[in-house]
Ligand binder design. Sequence first.
Ligand SMILES: [Zn+2]
Length: 405
Amino acid sequence: MFNRKKSLILLFCLAHMTALAQQKAVFILLDGIPADVIETVNTPALDEIARHGGYTRAYAGGEKGGYTETPTVSAPGYMNMITATWSHKHQVRDNAVKNPDYHYWNIFRVAKNVNPDLHTAVFSTWEDNRTKLIGEGKPEAGGTLLDYWFDGFEHDTVRFPHRPDRKFIFEIDEHVSKEAARYIAETGPDLSWVYLEFTDDIGHKFGDGHEMEDAVKKADNQVKRIWDAIKEREKQTGENWMVVITTDHGRDPGDGKSHGKQSERERTTWIVTNSKRLNPRFANRPAIVDIMPSVLRHMDLEIPPPVKSEMDGVAFIEDVSVDNLNVQADKNQLNIRWNAIIETGELEIYVATTNHFKNGGIDRYDKIATVAVSDGHCQVRVPGKSEFYKVLVKAPYNWVNRWVK
Ligand SMILES: [Zn+2]
């Protein structure tokens, strides 16, 4: 009797652990592919994934002309994706990545903080993604360690000789994507990032044209490898995988060789996912910063409130209350507007007049109003006068924030 009871408890625990371990995610960044290119080139793997979930146009570059404006450059784009903030917070504005502000936690740091048992991995053609952007192991980046990484091959000039045709980058992408597929199939890490570079290199070299189209087809084939591994894994284990594929920026509207500015073509990106739980945000031009909150939701990870209060992204899966927060200061009054997505319940509006967060400090938020989500706007008097406000809106299903200077 005792043994039977014990084994029942054990069974229950095992079932519970399995339920917790089932939500897995991988996000893949294919560098520098404009939306108009991904939409015209034949990409059977991306199409198949989108049939399970969806395809949408998205944007990079923050708010054009606004305080969140971010160069449509690679490293700032990756940092947008992994921290859910724009460059006014994470401070990465070029590929040199001199002084990132690690107080805005990346997705791996959040995941490990919430559940240290989660298994994390990075597969990348650019080592700096791990060493500089994630800041793996750096005390100032929280000392977060990945459980597995596969990168740095761009430094191996014996195995991958650097020739001007940049073919070696394709070879590294092949190497990296094969390993990602193998590792996912065999180990099933809870959270992984795959980064592939060749498309951007070809874009810089040839601009728009058949070379770029061919590079996109090659990238699609690399995605197929990883997607096949996920499908197999789901079949064998019953795990529930979310895959997100995106790009960091488009290309210039002239010949497509460059990027970095704020033209519509450089700002316009895209997202493909297999998630069946897409909300209206997904179809309404989400941003690259929306990927992190979406992935964390899929994994059922509750984001620590101080991190959540600074995230600029809104999840494009499951229920969300509001997006597109807009705040105008008028003397000692704030005019606050938002787009109500699920109109039920009330939201709370908080204001801070300091930004100690960027240095690792704490800001005091004062609650200034409670309003029905469905109202869509409100005017509130702010106590005291300030040159700077951080407005934080806590709605039933999500939080949004905005600065006013
Ligand atoms: Zn790029």
